[in-house]
Design a protein around this ligand. Sequence first.
Ligand code: PLP
Length: 395
Amino acid sequence: MIPAKYVSWGNAGSTIRELAAYGAARAKVIGAENVFDFTIGSPSVAPPESVLEKLRLLAADPDPVALHAYAPAAGIESVRCKVADYLNRSFGSSYDAGDIYMTHGSSSALALVCAALLSPGDEALALAPYFPEYRIYAEQTGAEFTEVLCDLESFRPDMAALEAKLTEKTALVIINSPNNPSGVVLDEDSVKEIAGLLRAKSAEYGHPIYILADEPYRELVYGGLTVPFIPSFYPDTLYCYSFSKSVSLPGERIGYIAMGKDMTDYADVKAAVCGAGRALGYICVSPMFQLAVADTLGDVSDISVYDDNRSLFYDELRKLGFTCIKPDGAFYLFIKAPDGDSRDFCRRAMEKDLLVVPGDDFGCPGFARIAYCVPMQRIVNSLPAFKALAEEYGL
Ligand code: PLP
């Protein structure tokens, strides 16, 4: 029998991708320069030269059979070792190669962690707004997915709401900072508060509540901010990283999971991640890209481009009367729908060929996400359409 859940997820599709497909089709009709597509969070900046150079060298490898052979299921040992060393140098952790599992980007890391830690009857909880696929990764395991809305003024965690949603069934809390879509970066105090609460609740319930720290945007922060390393504050954290955003390699599908030795049931958690990898087929990430990132860890694309876009777009939208917090990280603005109806806001924007994504998809109705990882000229050219939209709402 064809499982109904897959049919329904397949039929539901992704609003972001549907809007982007609409934008591509519309561009053929009215010209790409007249479609202001702010839908997909795909980097607009080239990978760092160091990464490109490494890829050129690898591609010229005189032994193509070895380069293109199957990698070990969890990743190439030397690569895992370099990742562990890099994390230890950066954050004072004590990972070794065996604590790192190489993945096909953050998406497969998230799916693997959910599969490894969730059983039917468990609950996974995410702070909203959140990346829409979390729900599917959690529900796929038979667990329940619950969302906890952040404070809608600051987009910081609402600790009382979080506490109220934790139950004996909570097995996993998913945290994403810098956040897609709000751009908020969790500060150390917030991380400590969450860690304290989860520690107390784990003790009360008699089982660990793990954190999945989803951090594909770690390096995309502005104004000299640093992003707290959650495993340093809460050892029961599975740290998921991706090279999609920081070094602009979303198409190459490369990332990793790091699991610390001071984690509860460490050996079983690691085994479960490997077992989930086997069960789901998330094994043997491309050796070429593993080797490319391993020798360029810490290198980052030119994020000043995003910073300039962020300032320009934020300032202009505020001048037009829109409400939105200034993001500290990632490359999204999360703008308030003036009358609170985000789907209608996105529909009205679409009539002006402005493509933005309703916050409903991120568990946060009333807002819309604008991805500013685009050429700056697109932002400049879109401003008259945003002005017309603001006037329509009487701003
Ligand atoms: N997590 C977040 C918060 C994201 O925004 C994205 C992509 O936009 C992903 C995970 C998936 O990223 P990838 O699979 O490319 O690493």
